[in-house]
Design a protein around this ligand. Structure first.
Ligand SMILES: CCCCCCCC/C=C\CCCCCCCC(=O)SCCNC(=O)CCNC(=O)[C@H](O)C(C)(C)COP(=O)(O)OP(=O)(O)OC[C@H]1O[C@@H](n2cnc3c(N)ncnc32)[C@H](O)[C@@H]1OP(=O)(O)O
Length: 193
């Protein structure tokens, strides 16, 4: 199955994409005092407007756009799934922009398991699967993930034991494996949040 996740951009998706670009521009800039004041003013106005539009979880759009990269979340490293054979395997492209910088050109270490948890969430909670949550997730940092580099990933189901799904993933820069992850997802019992 091929997934063209950016085929149709709705107005809301465009807002999330704009927010991602904004965060990246903010993280990359050193605005002067005047710009910071203007930004603060505009942000305060939008925060107030959006608070008036607050709705309960089931009615929200944010982070629930399967048509968009990162399912419509602005603060997850950018990724698109190019090959999907859930719940067995996913493959695609990722990139860590300046917003995810830890230091000296390398992505913040916490943002890499964030990407892995997303990919495992796709696999373990794909259509037809009972809901499950991460019980543990380990990450091995093999080589620096440089911001701005085009990366590729593969995530797959290693084995299933009853309610337990053991998942693995790799993040590569060309032929170099930069990070590997292993996780356990446990199927929720009735009544578990
Ligand atoms: C982009 C696509 C999205 C699609 C969305 C579709 C909607 C789906 C809806 C909902 C899913 C949400 C989507 C998630 C996506 C991202 C995932 C996350 O980041 S989730 C947040 C972080 N994770 C938590 O907050 C879990 C907190 N922990 C728990 O809730 C429980 O600990 C839980 C459910 C994981 C297990 O609790 P128990 O009471 O049911 O489990 P017990 O019965 O004790 O264990 C079952 C087996 O698992 C082992 N086990 C449990 N935890 C273990 C651990 N940490 N290490 C090793 N083994 C563990 C046990 O030893 C046991 O094994 P033995 O059956 O005896 O062989």
């Amino acid at each position: 199955m091929t997934v063209n996740v950016e085929a149709s951009l709705t107005q809301h998706d465009a807002v999330v994409t704009g927010l991602r670009d904004f965060l990246d521009a903010l993280a990359s800039a050193a605005p002067d005092e005047r710009s910071s004041q203007r930004l603060l003013h505009d942000l305060a106005q939008w925060t107030e407007d959006l608070r008036q539009d607050a709705v309960e979880e089931s009615h929200r759009h944010y982070g629930r756009s399967p048509t968009l990269a990162t399912a419509g979340q602005a603060t997850t490293p950018w990724y698109v799934v190019d090959e999907a054979a859930p719940p067995e395997r996913l493959a695609g492209r990722a990139s860590f922009s300046n917003f995810f910088l830890g230091g000296r050109g390398a992505a913040h270490g916490g943002t890499i398991p964030l990407l892995f948890d997303e990919l495992f969430g796709w696999l373990a909670n794909s259509e037809g699967m009972p809901p499950s949550r991460t019980a543990y997730l380990t990450t091995n940092y093999r080589s620096v993930v440089r911001v701005g580099r085009p990366m590729t990933f593969t995530a797959w189901t290693d084995r299933v034991e009853g309610r337990k799904r053991f998942l693995r993933a790799e993040l590569r820069d060309g032929d170099t494996v930069c990070a590997e992850s292993e996780a356990l997802f446990v199927t929720l019992r009735a009544g578990q949040p």
